[in-house]
Structures are given as C-alpha cells and as structure tokens.
Design a protein around this ligand. Structure first.
Ligand code: MF3
Ligand code: CO
Length: 273
C-alpha cells in the first residue's frame, strides 16, 4: 500500500493514540497576516488559470501559467517535490478526483470539468485552495456536482466558529452533500495548515469517531477544508502513476478547497483575491 495514501487532499490518517497526536499549531496575528498574503497569491493563481481554461489548452500549459504567476508574487509551489510529486499544481479531469499530474499530452476539451489544486509557500507559510472549473458547456449533471461541492464547502465554513469543534464542520459538509444524494469521499481529508502543508488536525468531510474531530476551533487555528464529491460512489482508486486518484466507478468528481483562519470575528477565508 502506497504510503502517501495513509497520510496526506490528504489521505486519511489512521486513528493514533492521544499521546502521539500532534497538537494544532495556533498562529499569531502576524503569522495570519502572512498567511493572508499567501492565500491571496493562491487566489491570483486561480484567477489566471480560470482565464486560461478553454478547449485546446494542455494541463502542462496550466502548470506553466501557475508557476509563472507564483513567481511574479515571490511565491513557490509547495506541491513540487512533496513526497516526490513531479509538478507545480494538480490537474484532475472528469472522473479524476485529486493529484492528477499536468502533462503536455493532456488537452482540455469542451464539456470537461477540471479540478485544479494550488498550494504555495510564501515567507514560510502555505496557502492551499482547489477549485473545479467547467471547460466550455458542461452537462447538467456536471453542473450539479460542482454546485453541490462548492456549496458543501461553504456549508462547512459557515459553522467554523470558535467554540465549535472540527466535527461540527465535518457534519455540516456531509449533511449538505448527502442531502443532494451525492457522495463524499472518505479516503482523503482536509487538514491544519501553516508552516507545513499538512498540520494537525485532520479535517474530515464526514462524521466519524476520529479524535481530531474533537479539536476545538479557536482563534489562531488555520485549516484547509476540502470536500471531494463524486456522483456515483464515495470510493476511489489510484492509477498506476501512483498519484492520480479517480472515482472507483469512473463517475465525475469535484473538489473545492479554501484555507480558513478561525478568528474572534468568525471564519476568515484566506484564499480570496
Ligand atoms: N490540497 C492537497 C492536499 O492538501 C494538495 C496535495 S498535492 C501534492 O494534500 F502534490 F502536494 F501532494
Ligand atoms: Co489541501
């Protein structure tokens, strides 16, 4: 079994005894200010990608555009080299859920949906955000999937208040998505984020007895919330490249992610322009 699958859009970590579970690293207001800037750069990269997406463009072209845009703002990809990941962003088309590798031969066509995950490091801190985009006209089913996944993300953000627990966020996401009869992926999760891309707590998109679900949300906690939703099943499999994760039944998949700081005034989305 691939190690990566056990740990990090983040493979589900097995329940560890309390003593081995890392404590969340709370961020100071100064650190959050840097994370706000990192998040804004991620949003600018997404804005550039959104403009470029059209039939005929390769996922390699998108990777190049992303890295150029990061460079313009003195940021760098935090995916490149992560556990040997060979590109700057992840580009996952249609039944591909996460971790698709940009490739010159992979050309977007009318009707595709493409999930793009962008993570940067800026002045020592990470911003992490994913979005699913339509390529031209897409099917009503694909539109529904995108709507439900995006709104599922916001259903979670809405309850990300100090005093609630991580599991309250997980529950809100799961409820919203399952009410629409779609499937929340269970094998990958959101995560704390800061100097490292993956910090405690693990942030599931469904209710479970995961001890990290009991983590209290409090000012200074920064998390990446990232529901991954599929039309036909919650199950996934990994392709032979050892990276690309697809839905097991090859139904369409979508992924929306924001980096969110818990503040005294409620949740603040850091990965906005
Ligand atoms: N948003 C993803 C995550 O939280 C990105 C990881 S892609 C990788 O894990 F290439 F860096 F692995
Ligand atoms: Co993430």
């Amino acid at each position: 079994m691939n190690m990566f699958r056990r740990q990090a859009a983040r493979p589900l970590r097995r329940q560890a005894p309390a003593a081995q579970r890392p404590e969340p690293q709370l961020k100071s207001p100064r650190e959050i200010q840097i994370m706000r800037e990192a998040g804004r750069i991620v949003a600018r990269v997404h804005a550039a990608l959104r403009e470029a997406i059209r039939p005929g463009v390769s996922t390699w072209d998108l990777d190049q555009l992303a890295v150029e845009t990061m460079g313009k703002y003195n940021a760098a990809s935090c995916f490149l080299g992560y556990r040997g990941y060979p590109a700057n962003i992840c580009t996952s088309i249609n039944e591909e859920l996460v971790h698709g590798i940009p490739n010159k031969d992979r050309i977007l066509k009318e009707g595709d949906i493409i999930s793009i995950d962008v993570g940067v490091r800026y002045r020592g801190f990470i911003g992490d955000s994913a979005w699913t985009y339509a390529v031209g006209e897409i099917s009503p089913a694909a539109q529904e999937l995108m709507r439900v996944t995006e709104q599922g993300l916001f259903a979670g953000i809405e309850v990300a208040y100090a005093g609630n627990r991580v599991v309250d966020v997980s529950r809100a996401v799961q409820r919203f998505v399952e009410e629409q009869h779609m499937h929340i992926v269970r094998e990958y999760t959101g995560h704390g984020v800061g100097r490292q891309m993956h910090e405690a707590p693990q942030v599931l998109n469904y209710v479970s007895n995961d001890p990290d679900g009991q983590t209290l949300l409090r000012p200074g906690l920064v998390i990446a919330l990232e529901p991954m939703v599929q039309l036909g099943t919650w199950q996934t499999k990994t392709l032979k490249d050892n990276w690309t994760v697809i839905s097991k039944d090859r139904s369409l998949a979508a992924h929306f992610e924001h980096t969110i700081a818990i503040t005294n005034n409620g949740p603040e989305i850091l990965t906005l322009p």
